[in-house]
Ligand binder design. Structure first.
Ligand code: PEP
Ligand code: MN
Length: 339
């Protein structure tokens, strides 16, 4: 249920409502709107009619059921797009298109520092780099783990760029959170509900990638797992899905962008690198994503893609990334956004 507070409702009235929601055995989630607050009451669907009586409390405008299976992620609960603050000068979901860039995996100090400086110069606002790598083969490079996290923190120190890196299991989540500014959930873990719940109990923003065989509704249900535990800072990522097509690594579902924009207030970023698997297709798909309404991009950049430990074929060189960023400005402007 959504409890819509009156525009001039006081904090006391709101606190009383929160108390009542808890008394009924539901979990309150306050969502601050521009003109009024709404409180989502989530919990067991079966007994929710009991919440209807809150309508008669002071300061309450109305109590309405949330029709969608995802509640806190739904636009029904919050009309305006959520702006997820990453650092003092970076937020995702606002007018600025945020470009996240960096290598698939952190490989060495020289590599990550070189890429970080180059992508920053080209206009990226966040540095990416995997330290814990979920690989299809157990024999493939698994990441530098905590050493990789330390190198990412060094790169942040040098460039000022906040960092996003993947969390592969609940056991190492706290460790990753000590270093990262954004916690990434990869496609292979997008329905690892214990991991989703764990990140929901933490305070850091989460970049949630769409599972490669997940429907849009399932993606939103995964976001709901994080949000229902208390963490509202979720950024969704379309990174391509499995189809019958083999010419590209995955199929970038561009239509997911306007669909998500209609269904949820959460910001949406697009990963054209994993979607296509080929550096030659990255820039066109990045432009298309912005045209379709994405709030940001996440792009793999490597100083020497041929010798990359992972995902070399889809990685842009710093030079190619820089020229893509120049053209991207025009697409951002056409979409009434800034870069
Ligand atoms: C990654 O970002 O390097 C990654 C492993 O992505 P995905 O989970 O989308 O495959
Ligand atoms: Mn990768």
């Amino acid at each position: 249920m959504i409890i819509v507070m009156k525009a001039g409702a006081t904090k006391r009235e709101r606190d009383e409502v929160i108390k009542k929601i808890k008394e009924f055995g539901y979990k309150p989630h306050i969502i601050h709107g521009t003109t009024r607050d709404v409180i989502g009451a989530v919990g067991d669907e079966r007994g929710k009619v009991i919440l209807q009586s809150i309508e008669f409390m002071q300061g309450v405008e109305s109590v309405v059921p949330i029709l969608k299976p995802y509640k806190l992620a739904s636009r029904e609960v919050k009309k305006e797009t959520s702006i997820i603050k990453i650092s003092d000068d970076v937020a995702i979901g606002d007018k600025d298109i945020i470009v996240i860039a960096g290598p698939c995996a952190v490989e060495s100090e020289e590599q990550i520092i070189e890429v970080a400086i180059a992508v920053k110069k080209a206009g990226a606002k966040v540095l990416r780099g995997g330290a814990f790598k979920p690989r299809t083969s157990p024999y493939a490079f698994q990441g530098m783990k905590e050493d990789g996290l330390r190198l990412l923190a060094n790169a942040r120190e040098v460039t000022g760029l906040p960092i996003v890196t993947e969390v592969v299991n609940p056991e190492t989540a706290e460790l990753v959170a000590e270093y990262a500014d954004i916690l990434q959930i990869g496609t292979r873990n997008a329905q690892n509900f214990e991991l989703l719940k764990k990140l929901g109990q933490m305070k850091k923003p989460v970049l949630l990638k769409r599972g490669m065989s997940m429907t849009i509704q399932e993606l939103l249900m995964s976001a709901e797992y994080i949000m229902s535990e208390g963490n509202q800072s979720v950024i969704l990522c379309e990174r391509g899905i499995r189809t019958f097509e083999t010419a590209t690594r995955n199929t970038l579902d561009l239509s997911a962008i306007p669909v998500l924009k209609q269904k949820t207030h959460l910001p949406v970023v697009v990963d054209p690198s994993h979607a296509t698997g080929n550096y030659q297709y990255v820039a066109p798909m990045a432009f298309a994503a912005i045209a379709a309404g994405a709030d940001g991009l996440i792009i793999e950049v490597h100083p020497d893609p041929e010798h990359a430990f992972s995902d070399g074929p889809q990685s842009l060189t710093p030079k190619k990334f820089t020229s893509m960023m120049e053209k991207l400005k025009l697409f951002a402007e056409a979409a009434d956004r800034s870069l």
